[in-house]
Design a protein around this ligand. Structure first.
Ligand SMILES: [Zn+2]
Length: 109
């Protein structure tokens, strides 16, 4: 069984949870001001509000993910049991009772 560095995994989980909260906030802002997207200039305010957050989040996510995966990259060739799923993020195995991938922190929530 592959055991990646737990501190990197834990940090990825936190970042994934933050990302999962940020996306609905973005959608809520867009829907609340959808009429304003008809005018140039106003829609860009919302885009400018969120784009740096996602860009910066990706900038810190990438090295953490690299570190977490560096010595523990799964090969995705292990046979899955009926109560297991393949992680879309890294190819690792997610057990049915787990909320996120233990290797890379990816979650479907
Ligand atoms: Zn994964």
């Amino acid at each position: 069984m592959i055991e990646p560095k737990k501190e990197y995994q834990d940090a990825l989980v936190v970042l994934n949870q933050y990302y999962a909260r940020l996306v609905p906030a973005l959608a809520e802002d867009i829907l609340a001001r959808k009429e304003e997207f008809d005018e140039f200039g106003v829609a860009e305010q919302i885009v400018k509000k969120y784009a740096p957050k996602f860009r910066e989040l990706n900038a810190v996510y990438t090295p953490l993910r690299w570190a977490a995966m560096r010595k523990a990259k799964p090969y995705a060739n292990e046979r899955l049991r009926e109560d297991q799923f393949r992680c879309f993020g890294c190819g690792g195995i997610i057990n049915q009772d787990e909320q996120y991938c233990r290797v890379c922190g990816w979650t479907w929530k």
